[in-house]
Structure formats: C-alpha cells, structure tokens
Design a protein around this ligand. Structure first.
Ligand code: NAG
Length: 118
C-alpha cells in the first residue's frame, strides 16, 4: 500500500491525497473492494466510504462521479484509492488515513498522510 506521507495545498484549491494498493490474489479477485478515509485518529469513524464489486472493468468507476467535497480519484478496481478534496479549507489541515478492506480478509490495510493547507 502506498501513500504520499506529506501533501501541501494552498487554501481554496482542490487536492488529491494519493493512495494505492496491490494484493497477492489480485488476478482472480472478484469480491468487494471497500475504501475508507479517516481523519485525525487512526480509529476514527470514516468520513468517506466507497465499495465496488470487482467483477468487470467496464462501466462506471463507482464513487468518482460525485460533485461533493470528497470523492475518489481513480478506479478502485485498479487499486486506486486516492481521495479528491474540493476547495480545501484551513480546517482540512491534519492527518488522514487511507484504508482498504476486502471480502474474506479480516485484516485491513491502512496508511497515513499529512495534509498541510497553506
Ligand atoms: C479486479 O479484477 C481484475 C481482473 O478482472 C484484476 O486485474 C484486478 O487486479 C482486480 N483488482 C483488485 C484490486 O483486486
């Protein structure tokens, strides 16, 4: 699992927090992929959740269409879990956690990013 440990963005701009993953059973995995983004605490309730079933590479990319403040940036089915935050405010400054969960795996994977709003 890979993230950018530190990301800088001027206030008012959009920012992408990069996050991606690979896993050993990738070639044959057709179950659910769930991405969760958390803020501040590593065990906080997620403020963003998106799931897709990895059965076809065609069609919609899932949660990337949203015009809301948060959306995914990329395709979960390709292991792209990055988060797009629109019009970043000073209050968005802080620690973010990218988490991925897969069906049949009790364990999850999580990594940390520092966002500095300048
Ligand atoms: C989803 O399935 C495709 C094969 O259909 C595979 O290439 C891809 O790696 C899978 N994605 C994940 C995240 O397991």
């Amino acid at each position: 699992m890979a993230v950018s440990p530190v990301v800088f963005v001027p206030r008012g701009e959009d920012v992408v927090l990069p996050c991606s993953f690979t896993h050993p059973r990738q070639q044959h995995y057709s179950g659910m992929i769930t991405v969760k983004w958390l803020a501040r605490q590593s065990n906080a309730p997620p403020f963003f959740i998106c799931s897709v079933r990895n059965e076809s590479m065609e069609g919609k990319r899932g949660c990337a269409e949203s015009q809301l403040k948060y959306s995914t940036y990329g395709d979960l089915r390709r292991g792209e879990l990055s988060l797009l935050i629109r019009r970043v405010q000073l209050g968005d400054n802080g620690t973010f956690f990218c988490r991925v969960e897969m069906e049949g795996l009790l364990q999850h994977f999580q990594k940390e990013t520092q966002l500095y709003v300048t």
